[in-house]
Design a protein around this ligand. Structure first.
Ligand code: SAM
Length: 239
């Protein structure tokens, strides 16, 4: 469980909010049972439940150790909004694999368009999905889902990263070759929508320093490509 750092005191942790319902009513845990808590800043706490009410659960800290679930390489996944709830699936699976953060965006061929109000609502749901995935896969922090960006907005983010890899099925360097050379610690991977990127988007991305990469001769679905790319990067970094 990710715990608000303010709820962590010497020797004890107080769990509040939705997690109380989950521990008490869903998992039906009782006094003496053990749970793993994380401060979301890289520290884990192995604890024993000491008292349980409907509002809060008091836990005694048995041991403290650094979270093991964080890769050293930080990969941000930028996914052009796919149709339906496929982005939710990407967020969940990429969190399990070890993504650092997410930047959803809309490019010319994205079928899904979200205005500010809708995207703010979606973002709350996306962040909850990521939190649950991070808890279940014992991540050391909860990856953040950014605001839905326009294509231009995404291009402006490129300089914040050591390297930007741009998944392009038509042409590009082999991913294996690019990864053999890279020592970047902060990577952004960019994947297009069902209809792919337009030629001008490809030109703009390259002009902003992105490296086009191919993921093999098969065309992957918009929701498969980010996971394949992320898996290859983490594997090549030994993570
Ligand atoms: N409309 C395109 C076509 O039919 O040629 C395919 C787009 S694909 C479904 C969606 C996105 O996944 C692409 O924009 C690209 O970013 C990524 N992608 C899929 N297969 C890929 C591959 N083999 N290499 C690199 N990127 C790929």
């Amino acid at each position: 469980y990710f715990i608000d750092p303010n709820a962590i005191e010497p020797g004890r942790i107080t769990v509040r909010g939705d997690d109380v319902h989950h521990i008490k009513n869903v998992l039906r845990m009782t006094v003496g049972d053990h749970i793993l808590c994380c401060d979301g800043q890289g520290k884990d706490y192995y604890t024993e439940l000491v008292s349980i009410t409907d509002k809060e659960i008091l836990c005694r800290i048995l041991s403290t150790f650094p979270s093991k679930g964080e890769p050293r390489v930080r990969v941000t996944v930028a996914s052009s909004l796919p149709k339906g709830d496929k982005l939710e699936w990407v967020l969940q699976k990429a969190t399990e694999l070890g993504a650092d953060s997410f930047l959803p965006f809309m490019s010319s061929r994205s079928v899904v368009r979200l205005d500010g109000k809708k995207s703010a609502k979606k973002r709350v749901r996306w962040q909850r999905i990521v939190k649950e995935a991070a808890e279940q896969s014992h991540r050391g922090y909860v990856p953040q889902v950014g605001n839905v960006l326009t294509w231009k907005g995404l291009l402006e983010k490129f300089p914040s990263y050591d390297q930007v890899l741009f998944a392009y099925e038509r042409e590009g360097s082999s991913l294996v070759e690019v990864l053999q050379k890279t020592r970047s610690q902060r990577l952004l991977v960019v994947v297009g929508p069902e209809g792919g990127f337009t030629e001008s988007e490809v030109e703009e991305a390259v002009a902003q320093g992105a490296v086009p990469v191919q993921l093999g001769p098969r065309i992957l679905r918009a929701e498969t490509a980010p996971l394949a790319l992320l898996s290859c990067i983490l594997f090549s970094f030994g993570e």
